[in-house]
Design a protein. Sequence first.
Length: 242
Amino acid sequence: MYRNELRKLGLSEKEIAVYLSLLRMGPSMASVLARVSNVKRTSIYDILNGLIDRNLIGSYKQGDDTFFVIEDLNNLYFQEKQKADIARKLVSDLKNSANVQKGIRVNYYVGYEGYREIYEEILRVKPKDLIVWIHLDNFYKGLDMKREDEWTHERIEKKIHTRLIMQDTKMARAFQRLDSVSCRETRLVKKFFFETTCFVYLDRILFFDATDEISAVKITNSALSGMAHQMFEMNWQMLEKK
């Protein structure tokens, strides 16, 4: 019991055995813990010191003997919370560092996995607005449709409003009829033909191509993204709402 959970928190099998023995018996000497935990006496102090370093257990002297004890079970939670806080700060610092980098960052993705990964990123960053030029029939070639339904549901839950300029196809017209329940607006274009798809949000431009080899490109640059937003607005205003 509890071994799987402790393993997920990063404890080794020997650390788990010692920790659970302490939990069961209360304050104990190293020799006793080694015996009941089935850990070699030559290894027990390394294990105990490791648990102490992680603030999971403590020790105290009684006469000539040293006893080890679990002082606060909450420390299991606090050590993980501390890790989460460190990771959260690191991510924030890395993002800030990335934001001050000059120039254009370009990432290429090839194959179904890369195609889907760049698409899933939209849900992770949760932009308030998402604008898209899309050839729906071709775009769907790179997606699992069950996951696409789930993706759309998650987008609606996250309140990511979407506007799409869509190549006029039978599939696109059926898609458009669900706008009112899908947190989106779509406008169809017939006069100009395009086969690929482009998403724009925050400082990112995503290009998807499933006409031949499944592939995608992400461009990160605030100036280019800003220009793409303006181009979309011009297109949007020129298209008649239907």
